[in-house]
Design a protein around this ligand. Structure first.
Ligand code: NAD
Length: 268
């Protein structure tokens, strides 16, 4: 068998992006529209989803916006049916919606919210679209996890654990469905300049942009496009994450000690 990347032509495909009205999802939708896809932009608020769909090249003639809570199985199933009725079979699914789950060990509500959106949303989506993709022998399924799913978000136990679940689900799907012609990608960025990080404050946005520490969402979308073209599972818009993960796996005690020292420096 050849190790050459299998080509996947995005032109003319039907794509779903969840969390597509904001941040990284909006940039993914714009990238896919620019590549010639017709989009279903999915987000919690239907008006925001429709606005984001109309702002894409081709506008409301080519794309649709749908208000869906991706943590609800029946809502995801209905969204897939409606998208396929209006646009045709789904070729590309970006399971991208995510939430900040709060500091420390958090409360039960934060954990519940994290499991719904960072774990079960991917499962609901996989159950809804993978049978069709497998039958057609073609498709792209992207899970937006986080570098916190490979390493840690020191401020939040729930974000760390539920994003580890996102990575595990993406890997499990790639093993169990990868032989059917569907390809899988797992997006694991560190800091990206989006409302999740800025809290929607223009002042925070301009200060964070000036600090130069965060990637722009468009750079993350370009990294996903590059991974689709290269037929590569792991998408690391911050390449240093690979080195950090290798250091973790090589010596966990040493890695934990380094993380404790980093936490002390950060919290003073
Ligand atoms: N911004 C970062 O630094 C960063 C880093 C690593 C990973 N991520 C991940 O990237 C993804 C996108 O995050 P972002 O930074 O663009 O955040 P964002 O808050 O800008 O966008 C997330 C979008 O998801 C939507 N959403 C939330 N819960 C939903 C639900 N239940 N159903 C449907 N839509 C829902 C929100 O309304 C929002 O529009 C998330 O999975 C996030 O965890 C972000």
């Amino acid at each position: 068998m050849s190790d050459e990347p299998r080509p996947f032509e995005l032109e003319g495909r039907v794509a779903v992006v969840t969390g597509g009205a904001g941040g990284i999802g909006r940039a993914l939708a714009a990238m896919l529209a620019a590549e010639g896809c017709r989009l279903a932009v999915v987000d919690l608020d239907p008006a925001r989803a429709e606005e984001a769909a109309s702002a894409l090249p081709g506008g409301a003639r080519s794309h649709i916006g749908l208000g869906v809570d991706v943590g609800e199985r029946a809502a995801v199933e209905a969204m897939v049916v409606e998208t396929e009725r209006r646009l045709g079979p789904i070729d590309v699914y970006c399971s991208n919606a995510g939430i900040a789950t709060g500091p420390g060990l958090g409360d039960d509500g934060m954990w519940e919210a994290g499991w719904r959106v960072h774990a079960m949303a991917h499962v609901h989506a996989a159950r809804s679209v993978l049978p069709g993709m497998s039958e057609r022998g073609s498709g792209v399924f992207v899970v937006t996890a986080s570098a916190a799913g490979l390493l840690m978000m020191m401020q939040s136990a729930a974000y760390t654990a539920t994003k580890h679940a996102s990575v595990a689900i993406a890997e499990w799907l790639a093993v169990n469905y990868g032989g059917s012609g569907v390809r899988f990608h797992c997006l694991c960025p560190q800091g990206v300049l989006t409302p999740m990080v800025t809290g929607g404050s223009p002042t925070a946005e301009s200060e964070l942009r000036a600090s130069g520490h965060l990637l722009e969402p468009v750079a993350v979308a370009e990294a996903v496009l590059e991974a689709i073209r290269a037929d590569r599972f792991m998408v690391l818009p911050h390449p240093e994450v690979q080195r950090y993960e290798q250091a973790k796996v090589a010596d966990r005690d040493r890695w934990l000690g380094g993380m404790r020292r980093l936490l002390q420096r950060v919290t003073g």
